[in-house]
Design a binder for this molecule. Structure first.
Ligand SMILES: Cc1cc2nc3c(=O)[nH]c(=O)nc-3n(C[C@H](O)[C@H](O)[C@H](O)COP(=O)(O)OP(=O)(O)OC[C@H]3O[C@@H](n4cnc5c(N)ncnc54)[C@H](O)[C@@H]3O)c2cc1C
Length: 507
């Protein structure tokens, strides 16, 4: 391995998390890093999800870094604005010279002798002291397993890999799924396609999205009035955080929001039969609460049909439902989400004992210490790791909390001459026991729904079951007591023959 490049930190992925890590490491004087990204630009989610209607569902003033302002034109920004923001932040940060694009990390293995990660990429091998995994929690599209889907002769693509070359005007189009992406896509498609079939397994709760362009006055004020942007962001933060008790303690608290969601249905749909089909039969919040003003009107439009019969199979030109109905289509859009509890990237990360992260988690379910570090995987920090997800607020708040923890760990290790760290199994188990105990009380467990938050065993390994204030507090400082650390330059212990002299026995 003579062409191995050496680096202190190797960051995988250039989305909000990877870019944030690069900026914060640089700010701390840690300039010896690379960001390896398989795509050809920064952005992650916002580079890949270019489907019509793609928009954040947390206001942009909150869904952005606390340390990088932007003159947001809209309260909820469409994908091109968020992508433009991330590109601007990246350019202004002066870190882009250490990004390696169009390069996939193929595998990463801990070398216990060298006390470093050996990271093989499509463009060469790196040896890194720290591996910062920012490969995304909603990054690998999941295709539905439907009989015959591979025989479909028309155009077929996933919402996160939109094929902009396909002209949809006047076509017969089907959308499978009614989750967060689908409810943004459907109103846009309904306007242009000839016929739209929407295949729903479970109806989501949908509240209005109060999006609007900011006025020139508002934008000028947010730009110029000292402290106003921060005040506004803080207000938005607490307005979102107010959902936490309803989701984690007592679902009844969400009764007013549930009423708003029911009113949203009543406003958008007149037909009682269709209203019944879109009314969820589980607690508000059990699945991700969605926001849209135009989803229900789009379902009620003359050229849309909401199909709730289960899909039996796909043929070369149609979808066939369990009741035998065959609906011919030209284009099939699958909006069926992502791998969330079995992250494909974990197949390629091998720990000290030779086990991959995927193997470890197949046995235990996804679990980490503080959602960030993992026993047997020294010097690995996972951003947006197990049980860090949010159903109600901005993931950037979580990412920044994890970055604070990572920075403090790196600083603390440097100061104390520590080369490697990994959380103890005992602390990791204690963390996850307490977390799952708390999870049992949440609406995600008790709310009577199946969701992508849960793994194959019904365990919620994706969401954080407490407030985000609590998360930030717990990750505010690195806690070496929970870790096994190895000092730098420990010479391998030479165990030679031990001379045993006469043993004196004292009575
Ligand atoms: C459509 C959509 C809308 C969303 N809206 C919101 C919202 O409104 N509010 C909110 O809080 N969250 C939202 N999310 C969640 C969103 O994913 C996070 O907020 C955030 O963007 C995650 O950033 P990240 O950097 O962790 O991951 P990502 O943005 O997914 O970035 C991961 C990066 O890692 C790269 N990568 C993966 N594997 C490899 C590999 N092997 N080698 C090299 N590179 C690799 C990927 O190419 C990608 O660029 C949304 C998600 C989706 C899909």
């Amino acid at each position: 391995m003579d062409d191995v490049q050496t680096v202190r930190h190797l960051i995988v992925g250039a989305g909000f998390a990877g870019l944030g890590a690069a900026i914060k490491l640089q700010e701390d004087g840690e300039r010896d890093f690379v960001v390896v990204e398989k795509g050809s630009d920064v952005g992650g989610t916002w580079r890949d999800n270019t489907y019509p209607g793609a928009t954040c569902d947390v206001p942009s003033q909150l869904y952005s870094y606390s340390f990088a302002d932007f003159d947001w034109p809209n309260s909820y920004s469409p994908q091109p604005e968020i992508q433009a923001y991330l590109k601007q932040v990246a350019e202004e940060s002066g870190t882009l010279d250490r990004f390696v694009f169009d390069t996939a990390v193929e595998d990463a293995a801990w070398d216990d002798r060298a006390q470093r990660w050996t990271v093989r990429t499509s463009a060469g091998t790196w040896s890194a002291q720290f591996l910062i995994v920012a490969a995304g929690g909603l990054s690998a599209p999941r295709l539905p397993e439907i009989d015959g889907i591979d025989t479909f002769q028309g155009e077929l693509f996933h919402s996160a890999r939109w094929d902009h070359d396909v002209d949809l005007a006047g076509k017969r189009v089907a959308v499978i799924g009614t989750g967060a992406s689908a409810i943004q896509i459907i109103p846009e498609l309904q306007k242009v396609v000839g016929r739209l079939d929407v295949y729903q397994r479970t109806a989501p709760w949908v509240i209005p999205r109060n999006d609007r362009p900011y006025s020139r006055f508002e934008r000028a004020a947010l730009r110029r009035v000292p402290g106003l942007r921060r005040l506004y962001r803080t207000g938005l933060y607490w307005a979102h955080e107010a959902y936490v008790p309803a989701f984690t303690i007592q679902p009844k608290i969400a009764a007013p929001a549930r009423k708003v969601a029911l009113a949203n249905i009543a406003k958008g749909i007149k037909d009682p039969e269709l209203r019944a089909k879109v009314t969820p039969h589980f607690e508000f919040g059990c699945k991700r609460v969605l926001r849209s003003n135009d989803y229900y009107p789009a379902l009620a439009a003359d050229n849309t049909e909401l199909v709730t019969d289960p899909i039996a199979k796909v043929t070369g030109s149609a979808i066939v439902t369990a009741d035998g109905t065959e609906r011919e289509i030209d284009v099939l859009v699958v909006a069926t989400g992502f791998y969330t509890t079995e992250l494909p990237f974990t197949e390629h990360v091998t720990g000290r004992s030779g086990q991959t992260l995927a193997e470890r988690w197949r046995a235990t379910g996804m679990a980490a210490y503080k959602g960030t570090t993992i026993p047997d995987f020294p010097n690995l920090f996972m951003l947006v790791g197990p049980n860090t997800g949010q159903g109600h607020t901005s993931m950037i708040f979580i990412i920044e909390s994890q970055l604070a923890y990572l920075r403090d760990a790196v600083r603390s290790m440097k100061e104390r001459g520590i080369a490697t760290t990994e959380p103890t199994q005992q602390h990791t188990d204690r963390w996850n026991r307490s977390l799952q105990k708390r999870m049992a009380r949440t609406v995600w467990t008790t709310g009577g729904c199946q969701s992508w938050y849960l793994d194959a065993h019904g365990r919620n390994t994706t969401l954080w079951p407490r407030s985000t204030v609590d998360f930030r507090r717990r990750l505010a400082a690195y806690d070496p007591d929970a870790y096994q650390e190895m000092p730098m330059e420990v010479a391998p212990m030479e165990v030679g023959p031990v001379e045993v002299g006469p043993v004196e026995v004292t009575q």
